[in-house]
Design a protein around this ligand. Sequence first.
Ligand code: ZN
Length: 331
Amino acid sequence: MSLLSGLTLLLFAYLTALPAAATEVVWPTTMDRGSIRSPQDYLQPTVSGKAESALFGMVREDGKRFHEGIDIRPAKTNADGEPLDLVLAAMDGQVVYLNPNVNGPYGRYVVLYHPGAEIPVYTLYAHLAKLEPSLRVAMPVRRGSVIGLMGHTSAGVSPITVDRSHLHFEVGLILSTGFDRWYGAQAENRASANHHGLYNGQNLIGMDPLLVLGQPRVDLLAAVRSQPTALTISVRAPKPPDFVKRYPALVRGDPARAAGWYVEFSWQGMPIRWTALEASSPQLPAGRWRLLEIDPSQRAKLLQRKMLGADGRTAGEMLTQNLEILLSTAR
Ligand SMILES: [Zn+2]
């Protein structure tokens, strides 16, 4: 099955699924959902023109570049081509971050947190022309409420032209409340301050938004768990990382008694299952952490994502970075 025909099926499920008990999700723009007949109707591709480039995954530059969300095109534009679509909160939640400045690749963006979901995910809405002026950090938001106007703001290496205006939508988990400490300790960051606190993209790990946007009601925990394990590691951690306290549904065993953890990662670097290791466990690494197993069927993607080094057997820079951020509160 091709990627796009698979998507068409997901879309069909979205339009016809019967609600089950779960978190209610709305489409995050004012596009008329009934007008969506195929993925091309809502995807905004990169300059490559390939529809897949708007999806989540290793979809850019012949599979070498990761895209951590999906890009949703405008349904309506003005005479200058500027989008008229409003951007909407996808689920009930609260505002946790507002960036009204164009000072990074996301441009103007909003981050919401959803503590009422089966697992507390964040959603992120980037490249906005304007933020809804009444929004304040810590304010509750209802699903479907307006949080901004779609745009094309970005201070990334390649600007987004008006004809490629879109909403970049992300959903996922927050790695660590110790992010600032980790960021400040990196030599390459000496010249560039972290403007975004915990809501810097490096501290957010996304998953495929179509696991969430594909249906009117979603069990977010089931969506996180539906991601297969791509590699496993063990870590030594005298104090539990704050990640295991924020996401106890991903944890097996007693954090209070853990000397370390067996951690299963998805291919893009989300630590999706944590098992507490006692001090006597033979899996506890001699050093700080150790790469244990790799799913050979996911090795190619792990290499592209730099979860593995070029040799395909050792940890790559993305895995190392995510682990260091995760462990920044565990010393
Ligand atoms: Zn995007």
